[in-house]
Design a protein around this ligand. Sequence first.
Ligand code: IMP
Ligand code: MG
Length: 190
Amino acid sequence: MTPAVPGLTFHMEMGPMSECEKRLLFSSDEIARHVERLAREISEDYQDGDVVIVGILKGVFIFLADLVRQLTIPVEIDFVRLASYGSGTTSSGTVRLTHDVELNLAGRDILIVEDIVDSGITLTFLREHLLSRRPRSLRICALVDKGERRSVKVDLDYVGLHLDKGFVVGYGLDCKECYRYLPAIYELIL
Ligand code: IMP
Ligand code: MG
């Protein structure tokens, strides 16, 4: 029999949903409230800015899309692709830049937007990389600040949600490329 929604049947029967147990941590309503607050703070702070938002792919794609649609200031948007995790749940310690920013950043106000900060290695690497482009300013916005494994101090200017520990998925965040599409954030019971 042809299912009404073929993809749905696939996920229910053999997809990632059945691979791991997970627990709801931040509902989509709670996330939306914090995204709205962040957009308000950023819009107020950059009234006279020349802002280029630099999103870190892939995890940031949903957060960034929601955030920028609530800003009340003009911004330009670009992306970098960084890889540090490979397929596991802990950082490999080395960061690879696999796609660089294409916009001109000299003299402009960079706002890095990241999904989640863990060790701090990824953001420290990207911060140094983008500072070499001689921007007027550089700030960082992260949806989730996960404290437990921070090994490099990194100053976060805008933070959505705080998390002590655990590995979370959904709202763009993945585990081995699964779960990104979920509308809320869940902790994986590993
Ligand atoms: P860091 O370099 O250790 O700070 O790691 C940051 C990157 O690791 C983020 O951009 C995420 O892609 C990934 N990451 C860290 N913690 C999690 C998590 O709990 N779930 C999903 N991805 C995570
Ligand atoms: Mg990731």
